[in-house]
Design a protein around this ligand. Structure first.
Ligand code: ZN
Length: 181
């Protein structure tokens, strides 16, 4: 049976790319994600944005990262280069995993999705926790290795290895993923 895929773009928000939690290395994945998103839309593969949308009281804000991607602020908006289209889906999350108390699982099941393609930030944090929750729920996982990034090369490379080793994620380039969409 052919896989039913969805593309999930994690935290490609102003605060993570150019704002309070700026990651220089995020720049290099923008054109790759743009290609992936446009190709997915063209082929009718659902595109889902999983965006931090924090309250100041959130554990993650208070205990670890400080204020970032606060709900309703420009920092919590998707970067202009990857602006969501009308038909795309947006899921607001309050911590690392795109599944945690967000309704993403219900959305994926409603769409009949069995395979998630993950892109965005960061390889070893939100991508990893989203992959964990996807794995627990039985989804197959594909990670775009040139469509995810982290603060350092080491975090990125180790993050990819972890995803492959622990969750059986297929690690592919955006071009390879596009060919199989
Ligand atoms: Zn956050």
């Amino acid at each position: 049976m052919p896989e039913k895929k969805a593309v999930i773009i994690i935290d490609m928000l102003n605060d993570f790319v150019t704002g309070s939690l700026k990651c220089e290395r995020a720049q290099r994945i923008i054109p790759n994600l743009k290609r992936l998103i446009e190709e997915a839309r063209r082929k009718g593969v659902p595109v889902i944005y999983a965006n931090d949308s924090h309250l100041e009281e959130d554990f993650e804000v208070v205990r670890r990262w400080g204020k970032h991607a606060l709900k309703g602020t420009p920092g919590a908006q998707v970067i202009p280069e990857l602006k969501p289209a009308k038909k795309d889906y947006i899921v607001e999350k309050r911590t690392y995993s795109a599944f945690f108390e967000t309704g993403l699982d219900l959305l994926l099941r409603s769409l009949g999705v069995d395979t998630v393609i993950l892109g965005g930030l960061h390889t070893h944090i939100c991508v990893r926790h989203t992959a964990a929750d996807a794995f627990f729920r039985g989804y197959k996982i594909i990670v775009a290795k040139d469509g995810v990034e982290a603060f350092t090369e080491k975090d990125h490379e180790e993050g990819l290895r972890y995803l492959e080793f622990v969750y059986g994620a297929e690690i592919k380039t955006v071009d390879e993923i596009i060919k199989e969409l």
